[in-house]
Design a protein around this ligand. Sequence first.
Ligand code: 13P
Length: 322
Amino acid sequence: TVIRAGSYTDELIKTAKSIASPGRGILAIDESNATCGKRLASIGLDNTETNRQAYRQLLLTTPGLGEYISGAILFEETLYQSTTDGKKFVDCLRDENIVPGIKVDKGLDGLASRSAEFYNQGARFAKWRTVVSIPCGPSALAVKEAAWGLARYAAISQDNGLVPIVEPEILLDGDHPIERTLEVAEKVWAEVFYYLAENNVTFEGILLKPSMVTPGAEHKEKASPDTIANYTLTMLRRRVPPAVPGIMFLSGGQSEVEATLNLNAMNQSPNPWHVSFSYARALQNTVLKTWQGRPENVEAAQKSLLVRAKANSSAQLGKYSA
Ligand code: 13P
């Protein structure tokens, strides 16, 4: 096979494959401090470093998590943080055979040196999220800007040993029908792959994080999991080369069960890529509610994380039943 020669190429391909492994997906806990604060506020906790550490510790020390989770996306604070017993979170993940990842979408300035530093800290993949909104357009210029930024980020990540997760999030907001989402998604992914190729990105060493193709959240009719799977897979087959190892969907505000059912529907027949999850809210909502910031609830909260992780693992294998 002829693949762009870079010092990390073999490692990138191996990393991407291990994240895209059967029955496993990504736990996204890369909320910025501001967003984490909102989650903590929902259970009446202050947004302090101690509370964020306690919450991330609960998640990352869940026994047996690695059976269902292959990668965890962290915010910078967490990458450098340890448990209250002094064990690095990165080591907690390694012990469960979970690859540590890092959110890097703060701009291209200095990204190469930041990425190299994150690699030294143990990160092996990165995530960059760019938002595209349907009700406001998106304009041709917005799509081009999003695609170019993602492609530059992907090339820089690969040069520094990090597998880039390419995430143009097409927001659910709006009252448009599913056909309109399909049209926008096709446009966005066409440009993303055009610029990924222009930037000599190794497709075997990336992962995608798309939104599912659904009607707008305020559309008059809801779509069934079969319809969503059909539209989403149609879009992906038209736009994503089979060289890409994994498609790791975001949940985007879907309920926990919706996100699982939709993923399950997408795995009812073989796909050219590993089709899995990289959920934040759809893995954490019940965990937060169960925890309530109380030490005596940690075990129950960890169990509830395992319930969602296992359900999505089954959905990755196309074997989930509610
Ligand atoms: P949600 O699954 O909550 O949409 O989060 C997606 C995300 O990008 C976090 O990494």
